[in-house]
Design a protein around this ligand. Sequence first.
Ligand code: ADP
Length: 447
Amino acid sequence: MKGFRLQALLYAVLPTALVLTVGIGYGGSGRLTAAVTGEATPLDQLVWMLMLVGAAIPPIWLYRKVLGLSNALEQNAAAVRHEVDVEYRQRLHVLGVEKARLDAILRHMADGILLVDSKKRIQMLNPAAEQMLSISAREAIGKDHLEITHHFDLDERLARVLRSGEPESLEIRRAQPDLQVLEARLALAGATTDSGVLIMLRDITRSRQLEQMRTEFVSNVTHELRTPLTAIRGFAETLLEGALEEPETAHHFVEIMKRESDHLGALIEDLLDLSRIESGKFKMRRGHVLLQDLIPDTLDRLAPRAEQKEQRLTVEVSPDLPYIEGDAARLSQVLVNLVDNAIKYTPARGAVHAKAFQNQDGIILQISDTGVGIPQPDLARVFERFYRVDKARTRATGGTGLGLSIVKHIVDSHGGRITVESEVGVGTTFTVTLPLPETAPLPRSNG
Ligand code: ADP
């Protein structure tokens, strides 16, 4: 600034003042007329020349100053433009990255996200929502949500959120074709109702099913425990009320009480087993198990029961079966349960056959009987806890209704599977398929 003032003094103020002073003084002395009339002396001409030069200095200086200023301004503007450009690009990049992130989150999140506008028309839905509502975004976008969700309660809640701006939540139950339970949470998508409403959907079908199973399980267990207890108490009371005096009756009652308490014991054992298996607490003692050894050993223990009913208990095991990688005690439990059931549900003089062989699928263990059979509609359910085909008969045979669910758990934990085929009045076959060990030889027999 100081430099500019000095320059202005030197190049603008001083020359102008000098030119004015000399011009007024010199011109006033009549030398101006002399110059016009052509009587000017060389000195006059020199003075006028110097005045002309002096008068030219300020405009030239001013012009150069203005030129410099305009150049500087232009440079500044270009720099500012560049800066703005760079910032703009950076912001665009950041926005692009954020959008890609948001897209990825929406695409991969397990919860369904649905955005509806203030007129309740669908604006956006992520893949999870597409799957939950069984519709593609292409079909859904732009449509009224009711056309897609068919849920009037949801519609009412949407209207409420749009009126009050307050979040809402509700449970949506859909049958499609299996029951599906969705938890829906609704909230404004922005600061005002104009931005629409976000609907967040979570599939809670499994946890609802588990809750229901837990409730059913508790009521089943209570019922199962109460039945033998009631019998024991009833007989004990009858004995105390005088039946003790009649030895024969008393003996009979005590026998029933013993049977009921055995049943209670078996029930508790099975429940403990099931709870250990389901909570993952039971440790499998993995080893190499040969069915060639396991089947005869286990069946020897059950032979007396089959003999009691005069049943034929036969065994057929391929001699060259590879070993199974598993827990011998648990696999023996599977065998005991299946053969025990076969004996239980086969009338006297029937037949029970245990067979083991290898095929493409793995090592196969089959228990067949010529018993009462299981009706077709019950087949899929026999592995459920407490499921019994014929409740009265099962109770009479001392069954707990837990055996097959324990068997299924054990087979599953060995990486195998269990299936059942049956014909009422003809017989039943349970087939357990266990995986071959990794180094097993190729199968040779097909059973
Ligand atoms: P339970 O202890 O009552 O035998 P399970 O879980 O072992 O319980 O079996 C469930 C039900 O499946 C039984 O109550 C019975 O009705 C049916 N079931 C199992 N095995 C056989 C079989 N070999 N023949 C006919 N019915 C069977």
